[in-house]
Ligand binder design. Structure first.
Ligand code: NAP
Length: 479
């Protein structure tokens, strides 16, 4: 496959692991081996950090406009090859090709956005409280950044971290998820083709715990940006903090999707389909709990079931497929656990509920009715094609249920009442709120969670801030 690299990128060289050990990468749709990548550990990570550290001063001192031009070259190359990159992404991750190409396009959009923002990293001059002195504040890149990313968005999660880092003048060592390393390595190949100097972007695959340990403890690395589960994120953040590293954490979610009696029913169903079934339900902003008001509950359930029957499950590389496989057997087991637990506590399976006849990790789009707060699906991210419908009586109950979770990433509300839309928007303790919209991610807006869903934001004009640090200089003797 085009741009499929089977080595790591360290200091401009494509290399294997010191031990020669490799890891297999499987296609989740077929179970077949796509290839292997190096199993690196601490020593290779230390080399990558050293390369990024050496490259840092040159990149930091390159005028923003020149850095932006290189980033735009990378952006253009990604778009020119989006079909090939999409195929690689679908092969390693399973999402339908159209979604994969959409993800590639979004990743490129982050590079473009931050190429533009790179030229606007302004400082300030503070009116001096003293005669004969000037108080200058500049924002400087933090240095070498370590990025650890998940399998569910193997390309765009690196793209939005890389964009902000390069735009700020930082260099990077990236560690992609072991199940989906090829999209990240392909970005490395394209960065090289775009003319990014060696050492600016380094990519290591291998043991997560060893690579993360080196990132946390190596003094040449100054920041860790992580996207993944809350469990790993919390451990990583505390370890990084012990070494006074800056952290950005994009973690798990438990998104409520709230439908009021006065909602536009068709629009709500359309939104639920994209918020729930995109990426087979394996996104951090996925609708995890569908909270539906009593008066519209049955009608919404019927329409949603009808729309779900229209999903085509299969290998994402085949035309017309709208739901791919789950990433692995553990993913399937979790969906099954959630269904079994809900049924045991009184829920009813209205559609699906089983492994798909295609076998492997394919799962039927599943609709559960009569779901309540005591069930596992109420408090855990399912990460699969399971739509559980909860019932609520009024606005106060909807808000209480929606906020009854330690997570706070994304929430969705459907209503035609403007006052209610604003009350909900203000009351929801979430970093992202979709009002009458089920798909709201864009590079121009901040993306980040409240509570256990993380620290910091990516995207938007604020996304570059976490990659910079302030310097205040007091220049005296001017009177
Ligand atoms: P995960 O298990 O936390 O893995 C994410 C990354 O962390 C992978 O690269 C993984 O490497 C690495 N990792 C595993 N153990 C580690 C350790 N001890 N120290 C450091 N890194 C370690 O999460 P996942 O199951 O792949 O991804 C799904 C999660 O990501 C969900 O909770 C989802 O909500 C969240 N997510 C959040 C966002 C957001 O922006 N908020 C976006 C997408 C996904 P290996 O693959 O080598 O194990």
């Amino acid at each position: 496959m085009q741009y499929m690299k089977e080595s790591c990128l360290i200091g401009g060289a494509w290399v294997g692991s010191a031990s020669g050990e490799r890891m297999e990468v499987l296609n989740p749709a077929t179970g077949e081996r796509i290839g292997t990548v190096p199993r690196c550990g601490r020593s290779e990570t230390a080399q990558a950090i050293a390369a990024a550290h050496e490259a840092f001063p040159g990149w930091r001192d390159t005028p923003a406009q020149e850095r932006a031009a290189l980033m735009m070259k990378l952006h253009d190359l990604i778009l020119a090859n989006r079909e090939a990159l999409g195929r690689l992404l679908t092969a390693e991750m399973g999402k339908p090709l159209a979604e994969a190409v959409g993800e590639i396009t979004l990743g490129a959009a982050y590079l473009r956005w931050f190429a533009e923002e790179a030229r606007r990293v302004y400082g300030e001059i503070i009116p001096s409280p003293w005669r004969g002195r000037q108080l200058l504040v500049t924002r400087e890149p933090v240095g070498v950044v370590g990025a650890i990313t998940p399998w569910n968005f193997p390309s765009s999660m690196i793209g939005r971290k890389l964009g902000a880092a390069l735009g700020a003048g930082c260099t990077m060592v990236a560690k992609p998820a072991s199940q989906t390393p090829y999209s990240a390595l392909a970005l490395g190949a394209l960065a090289e083709e775009a003319g990014l100097p060696p050492g600016i972007l380094n990519i290591v695959t291998g043991s997560a715990s060893e690579i993360a340990a080196e990132m946390c403890e190596n003094p040449q690395l100054r920041k860790i940006t992580f996207t993944g589960s809350t469990e790993v994120g919390k451990r990583l953040a505390s370890r990084a903090m012990a070494h006074m590293k800056r952290v950005s954490m994009e973690l798990g979610g438990n998104a409520p999707f709230i439908v009021f009696d006065d909602a536009d029913l068709d629009r709500a169903v359309e939104g639920a389909m994209v918020a729930k079934f995109r990426n087979a339900g394996q996104t951090c902003v996925c609708a995890n709990r569908l909270l539906v008001q009593s008066g519209i509950y049955d009608a919404f359930a019927a329409k949603l079931a009808e729309a779900m029957r229209g999903l085509h499950v299969g290998n994402g590389l085949q035309p017309g497929i709208t739901q791919g496989p789950l990433i692995d057997a553990a993913g399937v087991a979790k969906v099954e656990d959630h269904i079994a637990d809900a049924v045991e506590h009184g829920a009813r399976v209205a559609l699906g509920g089983r492994r798909h006849a295609l076998g492997g990790t394919f799962f039927e789009p599943t609709l559960l009715l009569g779901v309540t707060g005591e069930m596992l699906v109420a408090c855990e991210e399912t990460f699969g094609p399971l739509a559980p419908l909860f019932r609520f009586a009024d606005e106060a109950e909807a808000l209480r249920l929606a906020n009854a979770t330690e997570y706070g990433l994304a929430a969705y509300v459907y209503t035609r009442d403007l006052g209610r839309a604003f009350r909900m928007m203000q009351g929801l303790d979430y970093g992202l709120v979709g009002v009458n919209e089920g798909l709201i991610t864009t590079e121009v807006a901040p993306f980040g969670g409240h509570k256990d869903s993380g620290i910091g934001v990516e995207g938007s004009r604020h996304g570059i801030d976490d990659y910079t640090q302030f310097k205040y200089a007091c220049v005296g003797g001017l009177a």
